[in-house]
Ligand binder design. Structure first.
Ligand SMILES: C[S@@+](CC[C@H](N)C(=O)[O-])C[C@H]1O[C@@H](n2cnc3c(N)ncnc32)[C@H](O)[C@@H]1O
Length: 277
């Protein structure tokens, strides 16, 4: 077992609050994490001329993000969006959700993407058979999502709203809720409230899909580390059971090996299929 202390974990530019993260992992995993970290940091440091190791230790965007999140937990997300500090943003839908949509594996009807950011996943699954609501607490995120998508051919099949997921009361329930990098972004003590909101706004036979990330061992956040147990702890009391949990082999490079796709329903027989997607 090797213990590493690094300035950042992959994607933890959105790790504002605990800059010094301690990663405890087996040696091979640690090396994988570091490679991922450096690759990610390099993506965000193109043209800076810094070496990989220095970019991990002193990414100015990350330092700035940390200051913002530390100094303003309430408006931190908005400030990050205003300043373009959005290293979590893939600039495209996450491949697995596109794949599920294209293979007809997603419920039709009304879908919700909480904490949708610039909305790529919302747009990707919106179609005549599925109306998608993307919501985010940040004005700037919603503005960007609208700007990016208003002229798209499927624009009639999605909408974006600037609201707080925890206080928002939709007029209609959903057939599908897709959570990616929202559960890991909220404070862990809000996770029970997250599950209660899901229960409240999902139809009784609706499906929750969680793309669980980052499954690792780092300390602090956001993003806070997640595990299957973290989801089960808050979803089981709400009556949700996993109908499948699979490794996400379509995860983008730096996230490979740290994502699992969980599909959850209420009042369904437990059939935890452990396998690979
Ligand atoms: C890590 S980002 C992920 C964005 C998007 N899901 C993605 O993968 O690109 C988390 C997002 O959640 C939003 N957010 C944080 N707290 C929220 C809340 N209480 N209600 C709605 N959105 C929230 C932030 O503004 C941010 O855009």
């Amino acid at each position: 077992m090797q213990s590493l202390s690094i300035g950042l974990l992959c994607d933890t530019p959105f790790a504002g609050r605990n800059l010094a993260l301690t990663v405890r992992a087996f040696q091979s995993t640690s090396l994988g994490i570091l490679r991922g970290t450096q690759a990610r940091m390099s993506e965000h440091n193109e043209g800076t001329g810094r070496s990989e190791s220095s970019s991990v230790k002193s990414n100015p965007n990350v330092d700035k993000l940390k200051q913002i999140m530390d100094s303003d937990p309430t408006d931190g997300w908005e400030k990050c969006w205003e300043q373009g500090l959005t290293p979590w943003d893939l600039g495209k839908p996450t491949p697995i959700i596109l794949h599920l949509h294209q293979t007809g594996s997603l419920p039709k009807g009304r879908a919700l993407v909480p904490g949708c950011g610039s909305g790529h996943d919302v747009v990707a699954i919106a179609c005549p058979e599925r109306f998608v609501v993307g919501l985010d607490i940040s004005d700037s995120a919603i503005k960007k999502a609208k700007e990016l998508s208003s002229l798209l051919p499927n624009a009639n099949y999605f909408t974006f709203q600037k609201v707080d997921f925890f206080t928002w009361r939709p007029t209609e329930e959903f057939d599908l809720i897709f959570d990616y990098t929202f559960f890991c972004a909220i404070e862990p003590d809000l996770r029970s409230a997250w599950a209660r909101r899901i229960q409240d706004i999902l139809k009784p036979d609706g499906e929750l899909i969680t793309l669980m990330f980052p499954i690792d061992d780092h300390v602090g956040g956001p993003p806070y580390k997640v595990s299957i147990i973290d989801y089960e702890e808050v979803l089981h009391p709400m009556g949700f059971k996993a109908i499948s949990i699979m490794d996400n082999e379509l995860a983008i490079g730096p996230r490979k090996g740290r994502e699992k796709l969980g599909r959850w329903k209420r009042s369904q027989p437990i059939n935890n299929i452990k396998g690979r997607f």
